[in-house]
Each structure stands twice: as structure tokens, then as C-alpha cells.
Design a binder for this molecule. Structure first.
Ligand SMILES: NC(=O)c1ccc[n+]([C@@H]2O[C@H](COP(=O)([O-])OP(=O)(O)OC[C@H]3O[C@@H](n4cnc5c(N)ncnc54)[C@H](O)[C@@H]3O)[C@@H](O)[C@H]2O)c1
Length: 433
């Protein structure tokens, strides 16, 4: 099939690379000229394990190309994927201006029928909205299908090539058949392609992210209870996760969830519900609990240092919102840095991949180090914020001798509290009394 992907970000580039790998001709479009230039020069503008090989193979075999021209891509393609960003507005609603601009440009460029696929996470009813935006700009016919994306940054390639399921939201059987054929190479192991109406597909995406956010916030609140009454949230997690009805994913207490999806999608779902006079109390509270949790670690730091952090130096290990990505959107690390700087503390930070993105925000206000041990040298305490593997297996004797005092605030519960205390650390985890 001939495919255009509008928006070459975390989703668009992964989708483009994976579709080209199954033999389709894919043109990825982005209005960010620098991004397209880098891709044309063979550089991958984001960090995602496995992506570079796939992109290089697609380009080498002439199945994957890049352009800033939506018109050119739309003319050469039959299926147009919308993968532009839908970031949150201050109101909590997603900003649909990128999607609208893309939809209008697609419509203006169409030389005939096109199938338009909403891959961006969009508010309920957007399949209709996109069709309405396109209408004044074309005389040709088109269909708009909802096809939400469920990939996770850090394992995006695997998630796309072997999805748990593919959701296709359309009332049109022919459209469904085209989509089914496109996705058939990815579901050979029997994972389902689920055909549903477009509104259900749009809600499914928000429901998944909101449900996972609820699980995390539930564990974070329980962790706070453990800190007051005793108990270890990690033991409790094990006790819970062995129950098949509960399962083992997304039950980790920590510094709160971040990323470009959970916070924004939870807010968008709540906003739609509120506009329709429906109260989504559980989901609303998940987001409130998360906002509190993002400040929890610094609260512990303040308690330990008697409320005064002025002039103290804190080392942060991990800045990305989770390991194996360079994405820092809504990352808890940013809240933690803000809180520390507001308290007039000094911050030394290390992240194996995401430091440059954080540096673009804070500049000289934060010292970025080239190694994890350089960050802790002479620091008053270490804060573990992202659970990169290299931190899990760090040399604790080296940590102890590098720090001014052996104080660790483990925001991801990566270390064994007993072992840390036996080795002379003052250790604070999350929900581990
Ligand atoms: N990142 C994820 O893990 C993830 C997972 C599932 C769904 N989603 C959803 O997918 C969508 C894209 O997310 P992302 O993380 O890839 O965003 P992103 O910010 O990484 O990429 C979006 C890209 O779209 C480009 N763009 C904006 N307007 C454009 C236009 N008119 N024409 C061409 N390009 C344009 C931007 O320059 C940017 O490069 C969002 O709706 C998001 O909620 C994201």
C-alpha cells in the first residue's frame, strides 16, 4: 500500500518505519524542517531502541522517505495517517490546531479519494470533526477512520510490530477491510484486530490510559499510607499482582506518572465528561493524586533536611519520564527540579539520554554531568528519579564514598532498603516504612 504519515514524531516515525518494513511505500511528513533534514541526513531525531535499524532499512530499500510537503505525500499515497501532536491546552482539552491544519492541507492536496486515519489521540467525535474540517477544501470523496495507537515509548517498535490488539473504528466494511489488510502482518500470532464504531475506538484509547493512570495513582496513595502505618508497598504489589484479576503491570509506586500521554489523556477524558454532565470522579482523583505524588519526593528531602535546602546540592539520577526514552514531556523530574530550585538548592543531574532536552529548558540553572558518579560527587543526597538499568546496578560503595553524606531518596524503589541501611545509608524509598 502507499501510505503518507503526517507528523513524524514518536508515533509517526515508528508507524512509518514499521509499515515500510512490511513492504509498504511510506512517506513521512513533518512541518519541522530541521527534523526532516536530520532524517534525510540519516539521523534519527528521537531516541527509541531499534528504530534506527528499521528506518535505515526502509530508506535503503526505497520504501521509506521523508518530506516537508504534505501535498507531495498526499498525492503519492492512498492512505493518510494523521500522527500530529495533540498537546494539552491550559483548559485540559487537547490542542487540535495541528490536526486541523493537517486535515485541511490533506484535503486541499487530494487528487482523488483518500482514506484518512486518525492515529493521533483525539477527543471523542474527532472522526466527524476531521471530516468536517476537510469538507470545504476538497470535492473528492474520503473516509475518516479512527485507529488509536497504543505503543509505549521505550518499547515502541515491539509494541507496533506485535501489538496486543489493533483497534479500528469505522462503520464502513470496505474501510475496515483495507485497514485489516494493512495490519495483518502484525497480528500473525493471533492478537486480535478489533472492529468497532469510531466513537468506541476513540473512547477505548482514553479509557486505557486513564485506567493505567488510576492503577499507578492507587499504588502511590497506598504507598503514602504505608509510610504512615508501616508496610512495604513493594511486598504489597507482589501480593496483589499474583491475583490474575489484577495482573502485574502498572502497579509500581514512585514519583508519579508523566509522559506525553497519561496526564493529557486523563485531562481530556475528564473534560469531555464534564462538558456532558458526567462525573468521572475516579479518573479526576487519579490526576490530582499524581500532581501530589510528583512533589512527594522533595517533601521527604525537606523533612530530612529540616525544611531548609538553601545552598545544599542534590544529585538527580534520571530525567526522562521513564527509562529507554529521551521524552521529558510532563516528566516528574521537571517538577522535582522546580521544587529544588525554588528552595534555593543546587541541582546536579545525569540522564543517559534525555539530558539535552532538559538542558534546553533549564540551561545553566542545573548542572548536567557526563556520568552518574560525577553527579553525586560532593552532593548532599542522591535522588533516583528514573529507573534506568545502569542505576539499578550501580556500585553502592562508590555512591557512598562520592556523596557528602550517604543519603538516598529512591523515587523508584530500585534499591533494597535493608541492604542500603546495612551499608550505612540513610535510605528513603516510596511506601517502604
Ligand atoms: N508518544 C506516545 O507514546 C504516544 C502513544 C500513543 C499515542 N500518541 C498520540 O499520538 C500523537 C502524536 O504523538 P507524538 O508523541 O508522536 O508527538 P510528537 O510531538 O513527537 O510528534 C508530532 C509531530 O507532528 C508534527 N506536526 C505538527 N503539525 C503538523 C502538520 N500540520 N503537518 C506535519 N507535521 C506536523 C510536529 O512537528 C511533530 O514532529 C498524539 O496525539 C499522542 O497523544 C502518542
Amino acid at each position: 500500500m502507499r501510505i503518507a504519515i503526517i507528523g513524524t514524531g514518536y508515533v509517526g516515525l515508528v508507524a512509518g518505519a514499521c509499515f515500510s518494513d512490511t513492504g509498504n511505500d511510506v512517506i513521512c511528513v513533518d512541518k519541522n524542517e530541521d527534523k526532516i533534514k536530520r532524517l534525510l541526513d540519516g539521523e534519527i531525531p528521537i531516541y527509541e531502541p531499534g528504530l534506527e535499524d528499521l528506518v535505515k532499512r526502509g530508506v535503503k530499500e526505497n520504501r521509506l522517505s521523508f518530506t516537508t510537503s504534505t501535498a507531495d505525500a498526499v498525492q503519492k499515497s492512498d492512505i493518510i495517517f494523521m500522527a500530529v501532536g495533540t498537546p494539552p491546552l491550559p483548559s485540559g482539552d487537547p490542542d487540535l490546531s495541528y490536526l486541523k491544519a493537517a486535515a485541511e492541507e490533506v484535503a486541499r492536496s487530494m487528487p482523488g479519494y483518500r482514506l484518512v486515519v486518525n492515529k493521533s489521540t483525539v477527543p471523542i467525535g474527532s472522526h466527524k470533526t476531521v471530516a468536517e474540517w476537510m469538507k470545504p477544501h476538497t470535492t473528492h470523496s474520503y473516509d475518516v477512520v479512527s485507529n488509536p495507537e497504543f505503543l509505549k515509548e521505550g518499547t515502541a517498535i515491539d509494541d507496533f510490530l506485535k501489538p496486543d490488539r489493533v483497534v479500528i473504528g469505522t462503520n464502513d466494511e470496505k474501510v475496515y477491510e483495507t485497514m485489516r489488510e494493512l495490519y495483518s502482518p502484525f497480528v500473525r500470532q493471533g492478537n486480535p484486530i478489533i472492529w468497532m464504531d469510531p466513537v468506541s475506538a476513540e473512547i477505548t484509547k482514553y479509557a486505557c490510559n486513564s485506567f493505567l493512570a488510576v492503577r499507578i495513582s492507587f499504588m502511590n496513595e497506598l504507598a503514602q499510607l504505608c509510610e504512615k502505618v508501616g508496610g512495604d508497598i513493594d511486598q504489597i504489589r507482589k501480593g496483589m499482582s499474583t491475583d490474575h484479576r489484577i495482573g502485574r503491570h502498572f502497579l509500581y509506586a514512585g514519583v508519579g506518572y508523566g509522559g506525553s500521554c497519561f496526564p493529557k489523556d486523563v485531562q481530556a477524558l475528564v473534560s469531555t465528561a464534564t462538558k456532558n454532565d458526567v462525573k468521572l470522579g475516579i479518573v479526576t482523583e487519579a490526576e490530582n493524586a499524581n500532581a501530589r505524588q510528583k512533589k512527594h519526593l522533595v517533601g521527604k528531602v525537606k523533612d530530612h533536611f529540616g525544611g531548609n535546602l538553601k545552598g545544599k546540592t542534590f544529585a538527580l539520577w534520571g530525567l526522562a519520564f521513564k527509562p529507554n526514552t529521551d521524552d521529558i514531556r510532563e516528566a516528574p523530574a521537571l517538577t522535582i527540579i522546580d521544587e529544588l530550585l525554588r528552595s534555593e538548592a543546587k541541582v546536579k543531574a545525569f540522564d543517559p539520554i534525555a539530558a539535552e532536552n532538559v538542558k534546553a529548558i533549564y540551561g545553566d540553572k542545573v548542572e548536567f554531568t557526563k556520568s552518574s558518579y560525577e553527579a553525586i560527587t560532593g552532593a548532599d543526597a542522591l535522588l533516583v528519579v528514573t529507573e534506568w538499568n545502569e542505576f539499578k546496578h550501580a556500585d553502592i560503595q562508590k555512591i557512598k564514598s562520592a556523596l557528602k553524606d550517604p543519603v538516598v531518596f529512591d523515587g523508584r524503589n530500585v534499591y533494597d532498603p535493608v541492604k542500603m541501611r546495612e551499608n550505612g545509608f540513610t535510605y528513603f524509598g516510596i511506601g517502604r516504612s
